[in-house]
Design a protein around this ligand. Sequence first.
Ligand code: RFL
Ligand code: PHB
Length: 390
Amino acid sequence: MRTQVAIIGAGPAGMLLSHLLAAEGVGSVVVETRSEEYVASRIRAGILEQSTVDLLRATGLGERLDAEGHRHRGIYLQWPGERHHLDFVDLTGRSVWVYGQTEVQKDLVAARTAAGQQVYYEVGDTALHDLETDHPSVTFTDASGAEVRVRADAVAGCDGSFGPSRCAVPSSVRQQWERVYPYSWLGILADVAPSTDELIYAWHPDGFALHSMRSSSVSRFYVQVPNDTSLDDWSDDRIWTALADRLGHGQDGWSLETGPITDRSVLPMRSFVATPMRHGRLFLAGDAAHIVPPTGAKGLNLAVADVALLAPALAALVRGSSSLADSYSDTALRRVWRCTHFSWWMTSMLHTSGDPFDAELQLSQLRWVCSSRAGAAGLAENYAGLPIGF
Ligand code: RFL
Ligand code: PHB
């Protein structure tokens, strides 16, 4: 089979890329190892930054987001005895939206299905070929067991952190940077109205906690736990007690409402960047090229920013002009490293290490961010997101 762009991975990066390419008149085929239902129901990101929302709206994907998403002016930062609101709109003129990745994925799948996009789900043995020529291809076994080869002008590796695309960049040219953090997040989803109007990021001597949300009746929470934590050791009671302590239940009349827990998982935290993001006719986007710890809410937004740059570059490439494709990796990596730094910085400021010197530095940093307009504006500018192409 022949197409213009073969896309590996039907997560947000791959599906949005196929949508943006179609808007440029470029055809694509998407291949995905998991089932459509599995990809649609993975509970992940919850926060969209301003430029992500602008892009989704501009490309016809904003209808449900505008009806069901919630615009937030900022976040709360807190530590024992104090809670401060940072107003991003006041500080930078930009805001963020609470709209789950599951919802973005549904909107993307609906739009691509309506447009007749070819997506192969439940494929096996995905392999990339002839990337250093102008006639690359991707082979796989489809759900019925048939072997398929997709010939294309370019291949987009949107296959997340465990897919084969990154390793198709030869180790002689690939460079990788990694930081593994000595803690994880235990995340829950609960059927309870949020106890806050905007997200609360809490520093606490027992460890970080985050109060997020998905809707007016569903809340999302995270607590810092040691690596290798087993869910079996965390009863519902233990989770709610840790959240109440760390989020300041009882402080200044604030209370944490609890409810039935509908999902729970432990997530390790790491920073990872692989360069270059382009090798021959292979282009990497999203988690395939970089991972950030979730404290800055950047992973999904960075995947969107990558494909916003990649779509016009590929459209030009298939029409014979290679300059945007040639600059894609360097341009994308400027934002990748900015978000990598911001996510590391938020993580380092808010997670306890057990070292009392670190704790004093963190509290000093938090006080400065919450009391200085310059400190607050730096956080706000990064959290609400820099313009695409920064
Ligand atoms: P994905 O979503 O992992 O999709 C990659 C797809 O590729 C498929 N695949 C293959 N397909 C074909 N052949 C193969 N051999 C393949 N191997 C893999 C996979 O099955 C998968 O469907 O990567 P993508 O599209 O780059 O999107 C990245 C985002 O999903 C990720 O960065 C975010 O979820 C990160 N993240 C957050 N990001 C934010 O911007 N804001 C947040 O608030 C936020 N919170 C989070 C998060 C991630 C979390 N987890 C679980 C990692 C909270 C959590 C808990
Ligand atoms: C979430 O709602 O899942 C979420 C929100 C903010 C973060 C990370 C995760 O920083």
